[in-house]
Structures are given as C-alpha cells and as structure tokens.
Design a protein around this ligand. Structure first.
Ligand SMILES: NC(=O)c1ccc[n+]([C@@H]2O[C@H](COP(=O)([O-])OP(=O)(O)OC[C@H]3O[C@@H](n4cnc5c(N)ncnc54)[C@H](OP(=O)(O)O)[C@@H]3O)[C@@H](O)[C@H]2O)c1
Length: 348
C-alpha cells in the first residue's frame, strides 16, 4: 500500500458496522478513535461514546473539544442502512447526523471521507406500489443523496465514497453482519427461492469488504481530500444469471443440491404472480415477498456504475473472475456460519 508520511488521528463513525469493522485493520498505522454508539467494536483502539443524531455528537462539551483538538481526519461510515426503519429515523442519522459530523470536522479543521453509496445514481427505482413491503429503499437513497449535497456545500475538504453492495472478505468471507445479498444467497442455498423477479441480464454490482476498506484507506494514505470515488465492480459486475450459476456451483461444492430459481420479469410478477399467488398469502409472507420486490427494484434495468478505484494508488480494478470467487467464498462462509455445512475446521 502507498504510504503518505504523516500518521493521522482519525475519528471513525460506524466503527462497529460492516464497513467500519473491515476498515480498522487497514488503518492500523494511524491513531484511530472509534465513535461508538450502542455496540462497541472489539478492536483494541480508543473509543469515545457519542450519538450523531444529537447536537455536539451527544458528547460532553469538554470531550467534544478535546476530540476536535486531536482529530485531523474524519471517516463517516455511520448510517441507517436498514430499508425498513422509516423516513424520519433514516433522515435523523443519515442527514442530520451528517450535518453534525460536518460541523465537528469544521470545528476540528479536519478533512472528511463521507461513505455514501453508488445507488444514489438509481433515481428511477421507485416502484409504483410497495404493496405490503416494510422496506422502502427510497428513504435510504434520498437521505444519502441529500447528505452528499450537505457534504458538497459544507466547505469542509471532503471526499464522497460510493461503494456498491458490500459482501464478505474476498479471502475468508467474513463480515460483521450478513447483508441483503446474503439473505438472497441463503434462500438459494435452502431452495426457498423458486423465482427471482429480475432479468437474467440485470447486474448486481458488489464489492468485497476488504477491497472497499483498502480503497478508503488508500484515500487517507494518499492525502486525497476531494472528489467522488466509485468503489464498484463497474463493467466487471456479474449478471444475475452469472450470480445464480456461481451460487448453484458453490452449493454443489458444499454438498447442497440446489435448484436454480427461475427468472421472472418484474412486470409479469405485478400482472400475474402477485395478484394470483401472493395476495391470498398471510400478511407476513406477503410482506416478505414485497420486501424482496422493493429491494430487487434496485437492480432492475441497471446501468453499469462507473468504477474509479483503480485511480486510488495501490487499489487495482476487480475482475469478474475475482468477483465470482469472492461470491463463492462469501456463500460458503454463510453456509458454515449458519451450520448448513460443517466448518472447515470440523471437516479437517
Ligand atoms: N453495507 C453495504 O452493503 C453498503 C453498501 C454501500 C454503501 N454503504 C455505506 O457504508 C456505510 C457503512 O455501512 P455499514 O453497512 O457498515 O452499516 P451498518 O453495518 O448498518 O452499521 C451502521 C453503523 O452506524 C452506527 N450508528 C447507528 N446509529 C448511530 C448513532 N445515532 N450515532 C452514532 N453511530 C450510529 C452503528 O453503531 P451501533 O450499532 O452501535 O448503533 C453502526 O456502527 C454507510 O454509510 C452505508 O450507507 C454500505
């Protein structure tokens, strides 16, 4: 990894989350202070409790001032990433929380790396009706777009980092919390997904957590304090057909016989499947189905995301073969962690 000369004092929000957990080891040579909220990261680093939704980060003013004196770099990775919590709670952290951390960065005279999402680009995803869905990706996307605007307008030297979907570590599959893609992979592994409301040529752009962590650390190391950085697979992103094929192969290697789900065009789902087969189901089952529809809308008629990670020193672009391998590793980690197959150690 390219190294700038100076050791930095970094305030990391969202340190207990998926991205924060993967990032901490990549920042080992810097002084990292984790802003903790409910969960405490297990890493041996300095921690300070706070609540980003509160003015002054919910800290005692002396603690806030002391922190502002030390910190020269903020990595802001805390966010509501759950699509079901509602517009207000999502905006309270993703928008008001970003305003509060920007104020801190200004008080500290620090630069900031804002972890946004590549999906801010999907302005055309909203389904006409969410049916019984609890998930509304638009709440999340609107809050992230508005937060990016706050960052751009703030005058704080800042980068905007736009990752696509994050999967587990490319070598081990490890991840702090299973994500939506894991839920989908789990349904495939359990043969619980007879159909997928997507076109087989739609792409799902995902990126292993270690590659994202290396890219964010690369921005810090390179002293980069401006620009939009797309940490995505871009042109290498796999299609849903390729992903299902990879999932089926991974399952067979684990000794699980998988029947691949059928692809069904989303219009067909709305016109035929939902009214005839889903409407009569109990509310919980309808909600699960509509949550799946609301989430897959993120990947329908996708245009390829740009990818700029190879412009960050020491971070090469990822190939489709590497993505397929990382997906197998993540799927196998999921199957082992949930006890579907024996762990590597037990098998040895
Ligand atoms: N995961 C992905 O696939 C993905 C993809 C693209 C972009 N991103 C972006 O990457 C960033 C990190 O995502 P993630 O997946 O790591 O999120 P995550 O796993 O859901 O973690 C969210 C983090 O936010 C913290 N947090 C929640 N409420 C807080 C509050 N009031 N004050 C301070 N901290 C609070 C949580 O701490 P507690 O648990 O202690 O409350 C946790 O550390 C987000 O900006 C997200 O939009 C994620």
């Amino acid at each position: 990894m390219f190294r700038s000369t100076r050791e930095k004092t970094i305030l990391l929000t969202g340190a207990s989350g998926v991205v924060g957990t993967a990032l901490i080891p990549e920042l080992a040579r810097h002084r990292v202070i984790a802003l903790t909220h409910r969960r405490t990261p297990s890493a041996e680093i300095r921690k300070v409790r706070g609540d980003l939704t509160q003015f002054g980060l919910g800290m005692d003013p002396d603690v806030y001032d002391n922190l502002a004196e030390q910190v020269d770099t903020v990595i802001h990775a805390a966010a509501i990433t759950d699509f079901t919590v509602g517009t207000e709670a999502t905006a309270a952290l993703n928008l008001a929380g970003t305003a509060n951390i920007l104020r801190f960065a200004e008080d500290a005279n620090a630069s900031l790396h804002y972890i946004s999402t590549a999906f801010v680009d999907r302005t055309d995803l909203t389904r006409d009706s969410l049916g019984a869905a609890a998930a509304n990706p638009a709440d999340y996307l609107n809050s992230k777009r508005a937060a990016e605007q706050l960052v751009r307008d703030s005058g704080v030297p800042a980068t905007i980092v736009r990752p696509s979907v994050v999967i587990g570590d490319s070598a081990t599959g490890e991840i702090a919390r299973f994500q939506g893609l894991h839920t989908l992979a789990w349904s495939v592994l359990k043969n619980n997904l007879p159909m997928l409301p997507l076109d087989p040529t739609d792409r799902i752009d995902f990126i292993p957590q270690d590659i994202l962590a290396r890219a964010i650390a690369g921005l810090v190391e390179g002293g980069i304090t401006s620009g939009e950085h797309w940490i995505t697979a871009g042109e290498a992103a796999l299609t849903t057909r390729q992903m299902i094929d990879v999932g089926v192969t991974a399952g067979r290697e684990l000794g699980i016989d998988i029947v691949a789900p059928r692809f069904v065009a989303p219009e067909m789902v709305d016109r035929l499947i939902r009214p005839v087969f889903v409407e009569p189901l109990p509310e919980r089952a309808r909600r699960q189905f509509d949550d799946l529809l609301a989430t897959t809308a993120l990947f329908t008629n996708t245009k390829t995301f740009p990818s700029t990670m190879d412009r960050i020193l020491g971070v090469p672009a990822i190939t489709s073969e590497e993505l397929a391998e990382a997906l197998v590793t993540s799927t196998s980690y999921l199957a082992r962690t949930r006890g579907l197959v024996r762990s590597k150690e037990a098998a040895a």
